[in-house]
Design a protein around this ligand. Structure first.
Ligand SMILES: *Cc1c(COP(=O)(O)O)cnc(C)c1O
Length: 226
């Protein structure tokens, strides 16, 4: 199927889920995850009206960013962050979703060019408590969020998570619900966060049910990856 048809189908699923769960029709932004996919596919999605793109691999991403200086395109880094590679993230991206250490946030803050808008950040939370998984624990989140929110040149927007996969809808919802509650608690404590980056091709409806504001969709737009 053509990319514009796939985009339409995903957007219809989003609209349907928003209506079904009683959320405002504009609550969710679709982030098209184009990792490993060729530049031509990103361009086709852009021509079909898509503006936000998510990338995981720095070199792959930088080649596409350079090749596609398109009006209004928004680049999100959603991969694992190596602290010695933070500078290109600070220089070339609009959003970074996977921040789970103060050290990385500090470097992004220092390295964000003065002539660019503040870099939008999400803190990654290890919401299903898996060992060896990226993300801060719920217990450590409040302190880290307060520290990151105080840094200049960046704007802490909210929380991101990538829970353990499960086919059971109620089990899918549980970590997303916990993430939403954590965001509400942080706002109760004085932060002004507006973003829940949660939900992928296989668990998008569960994330929307629990209040996602950004869903990160790769496979269902661009097809399976190698
Ligand atoms: C690859 C990836 C996605 C997209 O996953 P799909 O299952 O292809 O929709 C979303 N978020 C992150 C962090 C990813 O690495």
């Amino acid at each position: 199927m053509a990319i514009d048809d796939q985009l339409n189908q995903v957007q219809q699923r989003i609209n349907h889920a928003l209506m079904h769960y009683g959320h405002p029709s504009n609550q969710v932004a679709l982030l098209a995850v184009s990792k490993t996919k060729p530049t031509a596919m990103v361009e086709a999605a852009y021509r079909a009206g898509q503006r936000d793109f998510g990338e995981n691999y720095l070199q792959d991403a930088l080649e596409k960013i350079e090749a596609l200086p398109l009006e209004g395109i928004v680049w999100h880094f959603i991969g694992a962050i190596q602290s010695n590679k933070s500078r290109p993230l600070a220089e070339y991206f609009d959003w970074v979703h996977g921040v789970d250490r103060l050290k990385i946030a500090r470097r992004l803050s220092e390295q964000r060019p003065a002539d660019r808008a503040p870099l939008n950040l999400c803190i990654q939370v290890n919401s299903s408590g898996e060992p060896n998984k990226a993300g801060v624990s719920f217990a450590q989140l409040p302190e880290l969020a307060q520290q990151i929110a105080a840094l200049p040149n960046i704007r802490l927007r909210g929380l991101m998570t990538l829970p353990a996969p499960t086919a059971d809808f109620e089990q899918q919802r549980a970590p997303f619900r916990a993430l939403r509650k954590a965001l509400e608690q942080l706002n109760h404590e004085g932060l002004t966060l507006d973003t829940l980056s949660m939900g992928m091709s296989a668990d998008m409806e569960a994330a929307i049910a629990e209040g996602a504001t950004i869903v990160r969709i790769g496979t269902d737009i661009f097809g399976a990856r190698q």
